[in-house]
Ligand binder design. Structure first.
Ligand SMILES: [Zn+2]
Length: 257
């Protein structure tokens, strides 16, 4: 929501959105200091919940240094050292969105160190997978890295931005899978529904891309409407759009409906 206007909150509220969760991500520019992240974490935990509350929406967040800015391990660790203090705040759900951007060695190291933090504090994890041609390779690298954490509860991890060629491998290994909806490129509502028809609804959720590119905060309700047009039952739509995210997020100590 840091990239969104107040009008978007209004539209979300009208569309029936009660709760949203915002991952820590790229803010449209690379931050030049850890202090920049300190202020960003304050924005996510202090300012955005208040802005959302004005529209009757409860705002939660995830914290991390996103992979796009995490290729310098010294810098990344400086940012990560800020995280434990913010975990005390009662709208923080867990660690995310961590993951890979260009699939570099440094990104992978920082990814693994974030997983350690999540394990240490017993938090759910939200994982970003790279887009386009790097997606399959990046997803495999992430799954291999996660497999080394023997104490990890896989049902507390969601791997986001899955597509047709990555969804099954994520689900088969016991993780949740997120389908991020974009209006035109990447995963459109119709592609997501095709995947739901193939994979079923177990451990899958839909989310709206809300970033600095062309994206639509109403993508989930629009997809629900598209599901209705394709004659999916109200119960199935409710399961995917409401109960599944509620089920996953309820694993976080701070989450309540
Ligand atoms: Zn992402």
């Amino acid at each position: 929501m840091v990239s969104r206007t107040t009008d978007d909150y209004q539209k979300l509220a009208i569309a029936g959105c009660e709760i949203l969760c915002e991952p820590a991500f790229w803010a449209g520019f690379d931050r030049s200091s850890a202090q920049g992240f300190y202020d960003y974490f304050r924005q996510l935990t202090e300012y955005e919940p208040k802005r959302a509350e004005k529209f009757g929406i409860k705002h939660y967040c995830w914290l991390c240094i996103n992979p796009k800015e995490a290729d310098d391990p010294v810098f990344a660790r400086e940012v990560m050292s800020l995280i434990p203090d913010f975990l005390q705040r009662n709208t923080v759900l867990g660690i995310g969105e961590i993951g890979l951007n260009k699939n570099t060695r440094n990104e992978l190291t920082i990814f693994e160190e974030h997983v350690q933090i999540a394990l240490q504090y017993d938090l759910p994890i939200l994982i970003h997978t790279p887009h386009l041609e790097d997606k399959k390779k990046g997803t495999k690298l992430i799954l291999d890295a996660l497999a080394n954490f023997s104490s990890l509860q896989r049902e507390k991890v969601i791997i986001d931005h899955v597509e047709e060629h990555t969804a099954a491998m994520v689900l088969d290994q016991g993780y949740w899978a997120g389908m991020t909806l974009y209006p035109e490129s990447k995963c459109t509502p119709n592609r997501a529904i095709d995947m739901l028809e193939t994979l079923g609804s177990d451990r899958l959720w839909l989310n709206s891309a809300c970033d600095w590119g062309v994206s639509d905060p109403l993508a989930v309700p629009k997809c629900a409407l598209e599901m209705k047009k394709r004659e999916h039952s109200a119960a199935f739509i409710e399961e995917v759009c409401y109960h599944n995210p509620a089920r996953f997020l309820s694993q976080s100590k701070n989450f309540s409906l």
